[in-house]
Design a protein around this ligand. Sequence first.
Ligand code: CO
Length: 470
Amino acid sequence: MTEIKKKPIKIVETVLRDAHQSLLATRMSTEQMLPIADKMDQVGYHAVECWGGATFDTSLRFLKEDPWERLRKLKEHFKHTRLQMLLRGQNLLGYSHYSDDVVDYFCRKAVANGIDNIRMMDCLNDIRNLETSMKATKAEGGRAIAALVYTLGDAYTLDYWKDVAKRIEDMGADELGIKDMAGLLTPYRAGELVRALKETVHIPVAMHTHYTAGVASMTYLKSVEAGCDSIDCAISPLALGTSQPATEVMAETFRGTPYDPGLNQELLGEIADYFETIRQEAIESGLLSTKVLGVNIKTLQYQVPGAMMTNLDALQKGAGQEYKYRQVLEEIPRVRRDFGEPPLVTPSSQIVGTQAVMNVICGERYQIILNESKRLLEGQFGQTVKEADPEVKKKIVGDEPCISCRPADLIKPQLAQFERECSPWKQQDEDVLTYAMFPDVAKTYFEYREAQQTGIDLSVADLQSGAYPV
Ligand code: CO
């Protein structure tokens, strides 16, 4: 075994993206971010994750903010620190594949507006779905971090992960990520995985996990000892629970060791004070539920991401079927097996989760078949690690043709069409991409923006209540 070099660990701060997505339903506004941005820029973070995931959708839908504008404003403050985003490969920030011209344009615009690192992943670990975003990111001068979406199952052996990692490196990624969205990586398992990957690739390895099952700080400790290059942390008031391990705790853990990240602890304290106020307000308003702050070991048992469990909870309540919650949790792994054992992350988590709910509510499995389930089994999202269950596949897909190529090879260019459809509202090039991601939400936002500009007073509450004609 090769000796592992001990070196300072790099810290990626997630408070402006994953932490508030995990704890505050992604409701942190630009106005709440900007006053602390200059201090954050002085800490010595490797990068600050601030965009992508649900931030884009939520800022348009609920905060009535232009996500591009947020990015440009953040960039004015982060002069020394790289800004990072999360991208779902060929899905971009949406839920199904886009044509290559849209993916290319989006990545270029993200970098042009201030993103330095694009961390990209595919929900099936089918890395063909990362080709276009990786090429575009690099062409625009951004850093392409391609992440393995971590999950468990017999197909997911160390050899499997090493093989995907090698192919990611060969594709030209600047960095390899491990994205453990469900917090399934226990400390020793993480150490073993990181060691195996470090022996396989030469590019840096970044670790991302969630605190949900309560083991994440130990997972980072073992990962760092195994040679991992960076870890994702959140400043303490918005850490733990379904979020990341706390930045200050990890910095203290490694202080005085060869792994010391060298962050400015005094500034970290001031930043924590700032976010403490936001935490308190969120607890008082009910936005931050103490339920998500505890340890939820069930995530290890059911292997279901915390966010997905919360969504299911709501869905079950909506259907007036709370008592079936448990049955759904048990149905999820079965559906996942039927579908070829995909990892559970957007959009596969929604597809598997919703299909599981349908199966339980109907009382008969696959009596109602989601259109997305059909598309997944047809290969429209790419290749799953295993074949789907033949009987289930027959029931869902029937005699329709399946595909085995990279799905986007069959998607004709879409950008011109989006340009045409968006033209009545377009005020900047980026609007077309906003429209392409979420057409309905974008239209509502564009009309709100116009109304603001013409002096018509519309409150956000009016819009949410649907009082505003769309
Ligand atoms: Co995450």
